[in-house]
Design a protein around this ligand. Structure first.
Ligand code: SAM
Ligand code: SF4
Length: 423
């Protein structure tokens, strides 16, 4: 049987797309390989947000080429951000092992069709097979980004904002819940812009109100919110939703107003703090997670300490912290005062230490309390799931079916998860 392997870099949108490509492979009767080495086709869904993942991709493509030249398989299909800009380099590195390169800006439907055609042309495919349902699913609602933060390559490689029609999204959510999905995670780079480009006024609020009402949606989340577009009125409307989870991912990026301005983020630290306090007033048990960048051009020790102060004051449940990485054709890549790698690494580690301690303390504050867990996996005698605040919960024993909700008594925690027992 022809085997495939999918390697995904980057964000949840790429994860979602890879899920769709997987469906195409499975429907054509291919089998998922346990290891890349076993596969006949390797699909790379690439990300160029950081330089490191781009280089990792090129080295993997080179590895596939060496296997192909030695044994005649596997061959690769490359899509995503890097494929948008670097087709020439991909083909140079991968030579004949590269079957197909598809730009990340092409629609997902077009790319799925191309993958299908390419596989059918390979002629050795087998009978149809269906994918099984999943407990939670990502649903992209808006592609691309119009926000143009000065460090970010996404608007360049993913193109302008394109919202999906509301009816199409609702149909997809209905199909997912029919197949057993309980939790829906709506996705967009700046999800608060949903509907702006297709003339739906108040589109984001309409969207979450409609998805919340789809029968079978037991939990609703969304990513990523932009602080400048998330306002009081949106928070007020969220209060009326039945299934919205009290978890909000709102990237701060920096605690220095000077750096935020250079990043073109369009909010101040004070405005960000007011937004978070308003959310917490409406949803007192909410978890707040964020993204932070250290070492942005010209970031001084003082700017960095301002970020530390905000992290210590707000006590995020989790932060995704990155060292600034210079991306081609972005305004920040041409800015004066690029910070050296060692300083970036030191600041990254310092911030990580502080955040990990806060995450641990936050998780330990659940000890002795009960929390509702949607079971996602059972592995080596343990049951895993997430609570409404998006905390990973590990339960001793095989205690419940995948897809069921259980009440868990929390007995312990680490900085990445809660531990507990049924009861
Ligand atoms: N759209 C979201 C937002 O507004 O924050 C997130 C999308 S972005 C692809 C994910 C995260 O990657 C960003 O929040 C930022 O922290 C990080 N990121 C983006 N470009 C970066 C760069 N050049 N260097 C380091 N981190 C970067
Ligand atoms: Fe990049 Fe900013 Fe758009 Fe997020 S909002 S994808 S960080 S440009």
């Amino acid at each position: 049987m022809t085997k495939f392997s999918i390697i995904t870099y980057g964000c949840q949108i790429n994860e979602y797309e890879s899920g769709k490509f997987k469906e195409v492979f499975l429907e054509l009767g291919l089998e998922e390989a346990n290891e890349v080495k076993e596969a006949d086709i390797v699909l790379f869904n690439s990300c160029s947000v950081r330089e490191k993942s781009e280089e990792k991709l090129m080295s993997r493509i080179g590895y596939i080429r060496s296997l192909y030249e030695e044994r005649g398989y596997p061959q690769s299909i490359v899509t995503g951000c890097v494929a948008t800009n670097e087709e020439k380099r991909i083909r140079k590195v991968g030579k004949e092992s590269v079957l197909l390169v598809m730009k990340g800006t092409e629609s997902l439907a077009e790319r799925m069709e191309k993958v299908k055609e390419t596989i059918l042309n390979l002629a050795n495919t087998e009978a149809l097979r269906m994918k099984k349902s999943n407990v939670f699913e990502f649903v992209p609602v808006i592609f691309g980004c119009d926000t143009f933060c000065t460090y970010c390559i996404v608007p360049i490689v993913k193109g302008r904002e394109r919202s999906r029609p509301l009816g199409e999204i609702i149909q997809e959510v209905e199909d997912l819940t029919d197949r057993g999905t309980k939790e829906i995670i709506l996705l967009g780079q700046n999800i608060n812009h949903y509907g702006n480009d297709i003339g739906i006024s108040g589109g984001f609020v309409k969207l979450i109100e409609c998805v919340d009402k789809v029968p079978g949606v037991m939990r609703l989340r969304f990513l990523t919110s932009h602080p400048a577009d998330f306002n009081k009125e949106v928070i007020e409307k969220m209060r009326g939703l039945t299934h919205l989870c009290p978890h909000f991912h709102i990237p701060l990026q920096s605690g220095s107003n000077r750096i935020l301005q250079l990043m073109k983020r369009n909010y101040t630290v004070g405005e960000y703090l007011s937004l978070i306090y308003e959310i917490l007033e409406t949803f007192p048990d909410a978890s707040i997670t964020t993204d932070l960048i250290v070492g942005f051009p010209s970031e001084s020790e003082e700017d960095f300490h301002e970020t530390l102060s905000v992290v210590e004051a707000l006590r995020f449940d989790r932060s995704f912290i990155a060292a600034y990485s210079k991306r081609p054709n972005t305004p920040a890549s041409r800015m004066e005062g690029q910070v050296d790698e060692e300083t970036k690494r030191r600041r990254l580690n310092e911030l990580l230490d502080i955040q990990n301690n806060i995450s641990l303390e936050k998780n330990l504050s659940y000890v002795g309390k009960k929390t509702e867990v949607l079971v996602e996996a059972i592995d080596r005698g343990k049951t895993y799931g997430r609570n409404p605040q998006d905390k990973l919960v590990e339960i001793e024993g095989k205690v419940a079916e995948i897809g069921s909700f259980v009440e868990v008594y929390v007995t312990d925690g680490t900085f990445t998860k809660l531990k507990g027992r049924i009861g």
